[in-house]
Ligand binder design. Sequence first.
Ligand code: FES
Length: 142
Amino acid sequence: MSVERPDDLESRTFTVQLERPDGNWTFQAPSDEYLLYAMIDAGIETPFICEQGWCLACAARLVSGKVDDSAALTRYPEDGQAGFLLLCSARPLTDMVLRQDIHETRREMTQHRIGLNQLARAYPPGKRAGFRRGRRMGASTG
Ligand code: FES
């Protein structure tokens, strides 16, 4: 069952500029899709594993713009304050500029979370994870 949000009623498309050491891209991203899939549809190779917002394989930095990252299984305000986002769980709310180094950004975000002890906070005793995977927004099977 999908969860309908008021802003899901009207999809908008935003322009995303992606800066990486191996090149720069500009692509269109609809507001009702996670950024990872807009990148894949644009032919941009990018790492991902869980597609649920916890493994950090798709980590990127938000240089400018806004996203809704509420679908990520692990999500902390400190991540956003440090400029990190997870492409598999973030949908665009504005035009934006992203920066990603597929060899370094995941390590940097992991280091950031270790520094704040967020990895331990992600799995407190007794907490069930609401698993979701893939393009469907709001889907949960856990
Ligand atoms: S693919 Fe795992 S956090 Fe995005």
